[in-house]
Design a protein around this ligand. Sequence first.
Ligand code: UDP
Length: 374
Amino acid sequence: MPKVLVIFGTRPEAIKLFPVIRALSAIPGLTVRICVTAQHRGLLDQVLAIADLVPDIDLDLMEPGQTLDRLTARLLVGLGDVMDAEQPDLVIVQGDTATAMTGALAAYYRKVPVAHVEAGLRSGDIYHPWPEEVNRRIVAPIATLHFAPTDTAAEALRRETIAEDTIHVTGNTVIDALHWTAHRVAADPSLAAELDAIAARFAGKRIILVTTHRRENFGDGMAAIARAIGRIAERDDVAVLFPVHPNPNVVSVMDDILGTRPNVARIEPLDYPHFVRALGMADIVLTDSGGVQEEAPALGKPVLVMRETTERPEGVAAGTARLIGTDEDRIVSEIFTLLDDTSRYSAMARAHNPFGDGHAAAKIAKVVAHAVGL
Ligand code: UDP
């Protein structure tokens, strides 16, 4: 029986791979094994629980404050050992994390083919996002199957002389995850009931959903974001819903600068059903996240991106996203303009699906099955 080993370690990878694992598991005659590195322990476990996934191998490699060198070295050795034990016919990695990069490299050292989900995202700047831009560029020449979410991503791979017959444009699996989860929450609202109290507290206000965690924004950028949120929340007609990423570089700045304010709900990171509900409640999304830039347009939520560049230009091209950087005054003025200028708001609030139709995982599973001889 052909065996596929799916490797991931962080929350966004788990969200974007669970639809693929579900689709692969439905293929008769295919063995699917799941290896998690637990690069983000708590956030990863939230997704595993919701998606009913039980890893076959859990490397639990998270160490507080570990350097990128140390993490990379431990991942490479750990994943190599797993591959020696499992002897997979194909390895699947997703996106641009250290787990994806080392998983691809360990497979290459064993001459095991690699399939890359969410291939071809490029900002063109190796320090934005850092180190993800280089992680994903390292996976590209190794992978033998490239699942590009959009035509733009496929075009970037062609420019890097990746062979045309190995590139498959599938849409982004995050849209599959979003639809699946939104249906589950609609059928069973208790899955996202922890937001009921916040929804009641903020009734009648315009809700701004904030997420921030990018390494490039640590330090001055994070401080500017905290001050901007404080100024925005001074308006009576506004409420800020802010699930705070557990990274100490985020939490400490929010403690010191933002503090506690009546119009701000600073809460723990939400599990995926709750986050999907939060997206539904939001009027505006303010984020530096990659995945959230893809989800917000699919729900018709204007998204202001606190980054200088984006490897996801499709949202900007579709008119749902704007790149605004991390200057405090700019963040405040962009939010106020959207709140006060109805025509600007409606122009951005049209639902677009530039990132996929929700059927990416089925397409990927079909190609993978064929590649392992099924
Ligand atoms: N997300 C979540 N709970 C939260 C914040 C985000 O489930 O409290 C989800 C979000 O829907 C998206 C993913 O996490 O699918 C994005 O993860 P993150 O922003 O950490 O990483 P990035 O996408 O920037 O790599």
